[in-house]
Each structure stands twice: as structure tokens, then as C-alpha cells.
Design a protein around this ligand. Sequence first.
Ligand SMILES: [Zn+2]
Length: 78
Amino acid sequence: MHGKDIPLDVVREIVSRVQHTRVVDYSPRDGVTCPVCGGRLRWGKMGVTHSLPWSGRVRERYHRCTLCGAQFKSVEEG
Ligand SMILES: [Zn+2]
């Protein structure tokens, strides 16, 4: 046994989390489109769970779709 080896199931978990972080564009006018169910989420129904402050010209938001419950991230470019 090598003490530094990462268990395979841990590697799988990390990979699956990365793959499940979907990113969509955020529009101040049109809102966001859920990457899972394709639903158009507008103001007040975007399911924003967390908003990050502006970082340069980019702002990220975390969402939970109000239609299907999928979690994803949006990026707004100012
Ligand atoms: Zn959805």
C-alpha cells in the first residue's frame, strides 16, 4: 500500500462534482436558462442561492432551478 494514493472512489467523487458544475450565461434582461431542463428562469424565479461580488467585469451567481431543482452557476459579464 502507498500512503499517498488517493482512493479511487474519492477521485470519482471529485470528478463527478466538477462535471456537475454547469455554467450558463446570465442576462440582466432575460435571466438564465437552466442547463438541465431548459427552462427559462426570469427575475424573481431564478432560484439564486448565492451571489458573488463583481470580480473585474465578471459576476458569478449560484442557482437552484425553480423548475427541476438542478444546481448550476451563471456568469454575467458587465
Ligand atoms: Zn431546471
